[in-house]
Design a protein around this ligand. Structure first.
Ligand SMILES: *Cc1c(COP(=O)(O)O)cnc(C)c1O
Ligand SMILES: [Zn+2]
Length: 415
């Protein structure tokens, strides 16, 4: 059973068949969305089937994902990451019902795998042979890994904020890496759009209508874990907004199916140094312009001076849900990395943004003590080693591997 039925254009509402790997609307160039026929669906059947297929990770929700009938899921172990209560962090920020969704445990170390598993799996089923994306690192590493497994020839255009470890990860999976020179994210979008319109299959969020379908599985996993209830607030770091918007689509589908009766507030987080969506939200605007400098923050994965398509989809999700977009500075990111570390979760700075935002959330008044808050930790620390070293406390000292000296230190402390 697969309930996906068509692509539909956001702007002119034209619909298209899912049997082709489409990007933008053929009629008007608008963004495409995948539509489902949820009316006749039996929600209990969907949840029972999902519960019985835990060995399939996020593909256990395949009824609600686009995959042509008979096609194999492209599965590397993604999905079903832990939703964990905290030991101290929740009390520290005044939110005893705080839960951490630990997506650092994904196959390539970031939540990007939710989207690429589904989008590359869909593309393989429709016989796509070559494709590209642009990336600050994690998207490229994820795309390269799934494309390698799918036998799709991959090119990754990397932004200048991408660090050497991430670039090496991309190329280790066999993708062609091209470093980009540009002055603003807007130049990247112009290039990516031109390639897409010329028929090169593109995996950039939103231009590709399937990636955020994978991100919907956040909503399914979280609501299932909460006994078919939505959290009050979901906090997610935002670059293009694919993660936040995908989760929002998932929550709305669950409500349409009657599995949950209300939706969470969606809260996006950006680095203060480049926060176009924060500014647009503060001004109540539906689209965001340019703001800031992506090189002035340690949060590489969410640094960009403009969001793709003006961030219109993510802003819509934030407004409709009663959420917001908030800014965090680098010191708060390092503090959040240490607090998460003490919960056993090692986050890269961008991934700690959803926790950094909580440091001031009670004081800013956008959460209350009784709220169930899900903070998504989107990517692991090891792919940005320099920031890991910056956030960590230095070693306590250097000691001789000598029994007498070690005994003295353990009994009396360092002198
Ligand atoms: C890509 C990324 C984000 C932002 O995701 P978008 O879908 O572009 O908003 C957040 N955190 C990490 C670790 C990422 O790699
Ligand atoms: Zn259209």
């Amino acid at each position: 059973m697969n309930l996906a039925t068509h692509y539909k254009c956001d702007d002119c509402h034209a619909t298209f068949s899912l049997d082709k790997p489409a990007l933008l609307c053929e009629a008007c160039g608008g963004l495409l969305e995948i539509g489902y026929d949820l009316g006749p669906a039996d929600p209990r059947r969907i949840t029972d089937r999902a519960a019985a297929r835990r060995d399939l990770g996020l593909w256990r929700w395949s009824d609600l994902l686009p995959l042509p009938r008979g096609a194999e899921p492209l599965y590397l172990g993604e999905g079903d990451t832990p939703l964990m209560p905290t030991r101290r962090l929740g009390r520290h920020v005044g939110l005893p019902n705080l839960l951490i969704k630990n997506d650092t445990l994904m196959p390539t170390g970031s939540f990007k795998d939710r989207g690429f598993s589904v989008a590359v799996g869909f593309a393989r089923a429709l016989d796509v042979k070559q494709a590209f994306t642009y990336s600050s690192g994690n998207a490229g590493a994820s795309f390269a890994a799934y494309a390698a497994r799918a036998g799709i020839e991959a090119t990754v255009l990397v932004e200048d904020v991408a660090n050497e470890s991430k670039i090496a990860a991309i190329s280790l999976s066999g993708a062609r890496v091209l470093r980009l020179r540009y002055r603003s994210s807007l130049e990247i979008f112009a290039g990516v759009s031109a390639l897409s319109e010329a028929g090169f299959y593109c995996f950039v969020n939103f231009i590709n209508p399937v990636r955020h379908e994978g991100m919907k599985t956040y909503a399914y996993e979280i609501c299932e874990a909460l006994g078919w209830r939505a959290p009050d607030v979901m906090v997610h770091p935002v670059g293009t907004g694919g993660g936040l918007y995908g989760a929002w689509k998932g929550f709305r589908e669950l409500r349409e199916l009657g599995l949950i009766d209300r939706l969470p507030k969606m809260v996006g987080v950006q680095p203060a140094a480049s926060a176009p969506l924060v500014r647009a939200f503060a001004e109540g605007k539906p689209v965001a312009g340019r703001h800031g400098d992506a090189n002035k923050t340690v949060a590489q994965s969410i640094a960009g001076d403009a969001p793709i398509q003006g961030g219109s989809r993510v802003l819509r999700a934030v407004y409709e849900s009663g959420g917001r977009v908030v800014a965090v500075d680098d010191n708060d990111l390092f503090e959040a990395m240490r607090l998460l570390g003490e919960e056993g979760v090692l986050a890269e700075p961008s991934a700690a943004a959803s926790t950094a935002a909580l440091l001031r959330a009670r004081a800013q008044g956008w959460v209350s003590e009784s709220d169930t808050v899900v903070s998504v930790v989107t990517g692991g620390a090891l792919k940005q080693p320099s920031a890991l070293a910056q956030a960590a406390r230095p070693p306590a000292g250097t000691v001789q591997a000598d029994p007498a000296e070690l005994l003295r230190i353990f009994r009396e402390g360092l002198v």
